[in-house]
Design a binder for this molecule. Structure first.
Ligand code: NAD
Length: 515
């Protein structure tokens, strides 16, 4: 196979007139397609249902972006059958052939890049650059897994033994369920779906209820790329109904889940129980929430730290698992840093995502309600320094919010809020900063701003998170560059976009022939 080595896709910032105009046009073209209905795809067939899931624009919830069919138990059973049927041939495709289908899918995504970004802007309220990062990551996952899969095709080396021919090779697991969140509706769904598929598994994918249209676009692309029917089945539905059904099903071999801690723990428990007729132990991959902290000490470049704080806390309205939701500041740096953080945050523009503001709306009415209730709680636990209110306009707009004087064990310093709310904790010194940073049940991302080598080295060892960043923002991990996944209750640390990720979906078989 001749193909260029993997490199992350550059993320468009729309500074050039050409990119800006192309995006304006894509937004208009996508808007003209609002209201379309997307059926399920089971074994390559379009299947509609009586009930539908309606997806609205969070910048203007009166607007319907589109709708999808809503799978129930009968459709879930049909999808399981279709996936297992497809597995009997897909597992035997030469690896190069499978990888080629994925590389083609990446190429189609690239061709439809602006259009996919426009769908993200409208369906989930990402500003243009956030949408561009989501699409670039989807392209990256697709290419990276297509190429990584090639390294498993010849098996693993084994030690020679007299009188025997020994070999060890990899085989796929079978059929798995993919359950995705709404916050990276293209990138995460793409990565979780295509990694197992790359190495010969088949999947039933259940996207989040709020982002069924973007998910349907991925399935259009996979079909165009020539993925055989049944290898990836599109099954939008209600998580607690069809998602839970698929998780407990005896024919489900693995579950690839990204979402909240609460749901992840339920899935873990249900998957551990042996269902009647089940003949394997399910593999469960869980990538969950975070309460990510950025530490700033008195030696840091405070202007850079302030900028990174604001980007990490408020990018995509703080609705990233990697978002900074705690800022831990050493006493001597406090006043100067906070002056700049507050000043920068005050200047942020919040508005409809299609106008490409700094912050768009929150994803849904439910998200808005959760965030506003944490803001209310924060006013009892700490001092509101900025924001703290819903903003004018029809969308789910909430002002970027900063609480100061937050005690390290306050609920707003311990629970994932998943919105534009930053809890600032003042500590006497670096030792205390590290202690506070590690003192949550999560361990996803973290960061340190410091010019002191020994402090960075200490944090390298002791700051217990899956993704640690020094002197930069703590969001925006790149596929292949920063393998992504968290420790403790942030998940099973599968390290998506990492060199070993595909091994999760393979099992090794050892065969010996005595001569
Ligand atoms: P969620 O847990 O509410 O939903 C995730 C998915 O699970 C959805 O598709 C939903 O329909 C489904 N679901 C709900 N109940 C279910 C059940 N009982 N059985 C099976 N499936 C069920 O999460 P969300 O609100 O969509 O996403 C936000 C969360 O995801 C945050 O906690 C965030 O930190 C986390 N997240 C983590 C990562 C990571 O890589 N660690 C990345 C992105 C998001």
């Amino acid at each position: 196979m001749t193909t260029e080595p993997y490199r992350p896709e550059p993320i468009e910032t729309f500074q050039s007139k050409e990119a800006f105009e192309a995006m304006r046009q894509a937004l208009a073209e996508v808007r003209a397609q609002f209201g379309r209905h997307y059926p399920l795809i089971i074994g390559g067939e379009r299947v509609d249902t009586k009930e539908a899931i309606t997806s609205t624009n969070p910048s203007n919830p009166a607007e319907v972006v589109g709708s999808s069919a809503k799978a129930g138990i009968a459709e879930a059973d049909a999808a399981l059958d279709a996936a297992w049927r497809a597995f009997t041939t897909w597992r035997d495709w030469p690896q190069e052939h499978r990888s080629r289908v994925l590389l083609k899918a990446a190429q189609i995504m690239k061709r439809r890049q602006r259009e996919l970004e426009a769908w993200l802007v409208y369906e989930i309220g990402k500003n243009w650059t956030e949408a561009a990062a989501d699409v670039a990551e989807a392209i990256d996952f697709t290419r990276y897994y297509a190429l990584s899969a090639l390294k498993y095709k010849d098996g693993a080396p084994v030690v020679p033994y007299p009188g025997e021919d020994n070999e060890a090779f990899y085989i796929p697991l079978g059929m798995g369920v993919v359950i995705a969140p709404w916050n990276f509706p293209l990138a995460i769904l793409t990565g979780m779906t295509l990694a197992p598929i790359a190495v010969g598994n088949c999947v039933v994918a259940k996207p989040a209820e709020d982002t069924v249209v973007v998910a349907a676009k991925l399935f259009e692309i996979l079909e165009e790329a020539g993925l055989p029917p049944g290898v990836a089945n599109f099954l939008p539905g209600v998580g607690s109904e069809v998602g839970a059904y698929l998780v407990q099903h005896p024919r489900t071999r693995f579950i690839n889940f990204t979402g909240s801690l609460e749901v992840g723990l339920k899935i873990n428990e249900a998957a551990a129980r042996l269902s009647p007729g089940q003949v394997w132990i399910k593999r469960v991959f869980l990538e969950l929430g975070g309460k990510d902290a950025l530490i700033v000490d008195e030696t840091a470049d405070l202007a850079a730290a302030a900028q990174a704080t604001v980007q990490s806390a408020f990018g995509f309205q703080g609705q990233k698992c990697s978002a900074a939701s705690r800022l831990i500041v050493v006493d001597k740096a406090y006043d100067l840093l906070m002056e700049q953080v507050l000043h920068r945050t005050e200047g942020l523009i919040v508005g409809p995502a299609e106008e490409n503001p700094d912050l768009g709306p929150l994803a849904s009415a439910q998200q808005e309600q959760t965030v506003l209730s944490y803001i209310q709680l924060g006013q009892q636990e700490a001092r509101l320094a900025l924001g703290g209110r819903k903003l004018e306009g029809g969308g789910y707009f909430v002002a970027p919010t900063i609480f100061e004087g937050v005690p390290p064990h306050a609920r707003i310093a311990q629970e994932e809020i998943f919105g534009p709310v930053l809890s600032v904790i003042r500590v006497p010194d670096f030792d205390a900063a590290l202690e506070v940073a590690n003192d949550t049940r999560y361990g996803l991302t973290g960061g340190v701003f410091s010019r002191k080598r020994e402090r960075l080295e200490r944090a390298r060892r002791e700051f217990h998170v899956g993704n640690l960043y020094f002197n930069r923002k703590i969001t925006g991990a790149l596929v292949g560059v920063q393998p992504f996944g968290g420790f403790n209750l942030s998940g099973t640390d599968t390290k998506a976009g990492g060199p070993d990720y595909l091994l999760n979906f393979l099992q090794m078989k050892s065969v010996t022939e005595r001569f």
